[in-house]
Design a protein around this ligand. Structure first.
Ligand code: ZN
Ligand code: FE
Length: 261
């Protein structure tokens, strides 16, 4: 079975390693140093680089890794990231044969945070599946809309929301505690959210990561997946001064509030 390991980078980034059979695929190596240190210490061989989007904190280590390792680089096509060998637009299936026969990931287009943003989903990566979603869906939150529209981001999140509920969600940052503080402002009466906030606070006190989460807990507590929840719609209405027209309007109002929070 694949092992998925976090390498913390910068102040709050996670670089994800997929490891099996002495090989490693790395997701979003914003910094090469921790990845090279891992390879050195473990004796494992770099097999592939997967990039979710073009921001420097996710791709900054690619050039230094490619200087030492000749490996495929899977990346959003529209950003023309240097080193890309497999430009992707979503809908592809990529194979990682070094990590296991038949092992592969589905590529999902999730524009919003950036226009080229991709998520990588593997139904067999863990016993429950795993999705690497960069800065699109965070534990308890979602990424800022730097390039896309609220309609694009809401559609992208809806694409992730229909993955199997037990799926492990591997996002790009440790933002959970602050995200849940905002979530509680949106839904003060959500009991699952209150319980999650307490659990996350405990973990952070012990300096433990709160990622991965499960999609099921995101569906129950993350306001950016809860446009159908009456309490979230009411919070959006309070922001807008009138009832939101649809799911996109609900999402947009909550996202705009978070930007000011
Ligand atoms: Zn980003
Ligand atoms: Fe980021």
């Amino acid at each position: 079975m694949i092992e998925i390991t976090a390498l913390p980078a910068f102040t709050d980034n996670y670089i994800w390693l997929l490891r099996d059979h002495g090989c490693v695929a790395v997701v979003d190596p914003g910094d090469a140093a921790p990845v090279l240190a891992h390879l050195e210490a473990s004796g494992e061989r770099l097999a592939a680089i997967l990039l979710t989007h073009h921001h420097p904190d996710h791709i900054g280590g690619v050039a230094a890794l490619l200087a030492r390792h000749v490996v495929p680089v899977f990346a959003p096509a529209i950003n023309r990231i240097p080193g890309t060998t497999h430009p992707l637009r979503g809908g592809e299936h990529i194979a990682l044969p070094e990590l296991g026969p038949g092992l592969g990931l589905d590529v999902i287009a999730v524009p919003g945070h950036t226009l080229g943003h991709l998520a990588y989903y593997g139904s067999t990566l863990t016993d429950a599946g795993a999705v690497f979603c960069g800065d699109t869906l965070f534990a308890g939150g979602c990424g800022r809309l730097f390039e896309g529209t609220p309609a694009q981001m809401q559609a992208s999140l809806a694409r992730l929301a229909v993955l199997p509920a037990p799926t492990f969600v591997y996002c790009g940052h440790e933002y959970t505690e602050a995200n849940l503080r905002f979530a509680r402002a949106v839904e003060p009466d959500n009991a699952a959210l209150a319980a999650r906030s307490e659990e996350v606070a405990q973990r952070r006190k012990l300096a433990q990561p709160t990622v991965p989460s499960r999609l099921a807990e995101e569906l129950a507590t993350n306001p950016f997946l809860r446009w159908d929840a009456p309490a979230v719609q009411a919070a959006a209405a309070a922001q807008l001064g009138h009832a939101p027209l649809d799911a996109v309007a609900t999402f947009a109002a909550i996202r705009a509030w978070k930007d000011r929070f």
